[in-house]
Design a protein around this ligand. Structure first.
Ligand SMILES: C[S@@+](CC[C@H](N)C(=O)[O-])C[C@H]1O[C@@H](n2cnc3c(N)ncnc32)[C@H](O)[C@@H]1O
Length: 249
């Protein structure tokens, strides 16, 4: 069982994405235990202020340290897991990847800190083991990034994916994009499924899939190829793709 705690000023944003499909099943099967905590409940003053204007001037509101620190203290005192990781959502963090999702799946507890408005008072950053971003764009809050990360990590937990879904053939799992998949009908208005998939020859199908994975990665995400373990045959195939590309110029 993995415990997930999310610190968010907008807890209702999480109903929906966590209440359906695979994540819902993971919760029902006792694999994921998700809790949302609102830092507003830990605000000091009568008006429950969680934000204030930035020192030094500037637009927008900045999240105050006290509610976040107090919410975090509460969490650390009321839960006890040997392996836990505190993750803070911020566009200036390290980009979240499939590799990171696999790594985080090894922890017993993940704590997500979601920002909003203009972001965090810089002292809140010190609460985190890691500052993570989901990409080079700015969202209104850390709720969607936390949902994205919980979803990606959950898929890596044993028992979450049924036989109808699988992780090891997915894009990025081994560093390459996934090969194209087909199902019935064999011929859809003249768009036919590659013949090799009906050959019954597993080695031949595996070789075709490997080549198609390489081809897609070469065409769409050549940057990924630098971090993939390639066989001699893979290298020969990539050389061929390269020379085909050069011939086309
Ligand atoms: C409007 S953003 C604040 C942006 C901040 N002023 C900056 O320029 O870095 C509000 C909050 O949304 C979340 N957020 C926005 N974009 C994100 C991204 N790409 N990845 C992770 N979190 C993000 C963070 O929690 C952030 O504190």
């Amino acid at each position: 069982m993995m415990r997930v705690d999310i610190l968010s000023l907008f807890p209702s944003m999480f109903s929906g994405p966590f209440d359906d499909s695979i994540i819902r099943r993971a919760k029902e099967n006792g694999i994921l235990d998700i809790h949302i905590l609102n830092p507003r409940d830990f605000a000091f003053d009568r008006h429950k202020h969680v934000d204030d204007s930035p020192f030094g001037g500037g637009s927008g509101m900045v999240l105050k340290p006290e509610p976040m620190y107090r919410a975090m203290r509460f969490l650390l005192e009321t839960t006890s897991f040997a392996r836990r990781r505190v993750l803070l959502m911020s566009p200036d963090g390290v980009t979240f990847t499939q590799k990171k999702a696999k790594e985080l799946a090894d922890f017993e507890q993940l704590i997500f800190i979601c920002g909003h408005y203009e972001g965090f008072d810089a002292r809140i950053m010190e609460l985190a083991d890691e500052i993570l971003s989901i990409g080079d764009y700015v969202l209104t809050g850390g709720e969607l990034p936390a949902m994205v990360m919980v979803d990606a990590v959950a898929r890596m937990l044993p028992g979450v994916l049924g036989s109808e879904e699988s992780a090891p053939t997915d894009s990025f799992y081994y560093g390459l994009l996934e090969y194209p998949q087909y199902t019935r009908p064999r011929d859809y208005h003249g768009k036919v499924v590659p013949e090799v998939l009906f050959s019954g020859d597993h080695a031949k199908i595996a070789a075709w899939r490997r080549r198609e994975s390489l081809r897609l990665t070469f065409e769409r995400r050549p940057d990924l190829l630098a971090n993939v373990e390639l066989t001699d045959e893979d290298r020969r195939f990539l050389k061929k793709l390269e020379s085909e590309q050069n011939d086309g110029l």
